[in-house]
Design a protein around this ligand. Sequence first.
Ligand SMILES: [Zn+2]
Length: 334
Amino acid sequence: MTRQEISSLIRETLSNRRLSAEAEAADRRSRIYAEYPEVQELDTEIKLCRLSIARALLQDSKSLAVQKDDELNTLISHRDAYLDEQHIPGDYDQPRYYCRRCNDTGFITVDNQYHKCSCAIEIENQLYAEVTGIHPCNFTTFDDYDLSLFSDKIMPDSITELSPRDNIASILSKCRTFVDSDSATEPGNLLFMGATGTGKSYMAKTICSELLSAGTMCIYRTAPQLFDCLLNHRMHRDDTESVEAMTADKIYNAPVLCIDDLGTEVPSPAKYADMISILDSRAEYNGRYPRRTIVVTNLRPGDLKNTYDERITSRLLGNNFTLCYFEGDDIRRR
Ligand SMILES: [Zn+2]
C-alpha cells in the first residue's frame, strides 16, 4: 500500500465521519423544529440579527451594530432559557464528531504547528492492518522467542532428528536470514510444515511483523481468507479503490506474501487455479524486487500430494521453497 493510497483512504474515512456527524446534527435540528416551532423562530431571528450586525459593521454604523449585538444577546438568552425549560441540550444542533480533539479533521494544532491527531493514526493502523492482515499492536519480534517452551528431548518419531528446541533454533536462524536478505535477488520462499500447535503460524506472523516494522510491504492471510478475497474482488472488479482491491493486487505483487493454514480452505478447482496463478506470478522476477512467498500448512508432504494436483505440489516441494519442518508438543497447551 503506497503512502498516497493510505492518505486517500484516511481522508475518505475522516470525511465520511464529518459528513455523518453533520447530517445527524441537521436531522436533530429538523426534529426539534417540528416539535418545538419556537426554537425555529428564535433560530431564524438569531440568524437575521447576526446578518444585521455584519451589515452594520460593513456600513461602519457602530451604534447600530452595538444595538443589534444587545438584541442578539437577549435572543440567545431566550433561546438558552427555552431549551433549558424543555430539557433540550444547548448544543443539540451541533455536530457530535467522532473525535472531539480534531472534529474529524485528522489534525490538531500545538504551538501553532499542525500535528496528526491520534484518531488519524488509529485509522492508518487499522487500514494498514486490513490490508496487511496484522495490526501493528500485535507485532511480535524474533527477540520475543522463548526457546525454553520447546522440549530439548528428541522425539522418538522425529523426522528432523533434532530436539524441538534445536529444531526451532535452526528454523529461527533461517527465518532471520529470510528477513535480513530482503534485498537479495534469490527468491528464498519458505514452506512451513508440521502438526498443529508447533509454532508455525507464530513464526510466520513474526517474519511478517519484522518485515512490516522495517517498512517492507507484506501480506498475511489464511488460505480461506486469501481465496475469499480474490473471489470477492472478481465479483466487484469495478471497485478499484477498496481495501479488497488493494489486497488482491498485493497478493500478487507484495514483496512478501504469507499464506497460513493451506489445506483448511473448502477445496475447489477455482481456488487451485488461483493458487497456481499466485505462485507462478510471484515466481517471475519482475526486475524490481523478488516477490517471496511463505506457505504454512498442517498437511504432511504425502497429504499435500493427495489434496492438491501435481502442479501445486511440485512448486511447493520443489527447489524454490526451503522446507522448515516444525516438531514438538502443542506449545499452546502449556
Ligand atoms: Zn482526531
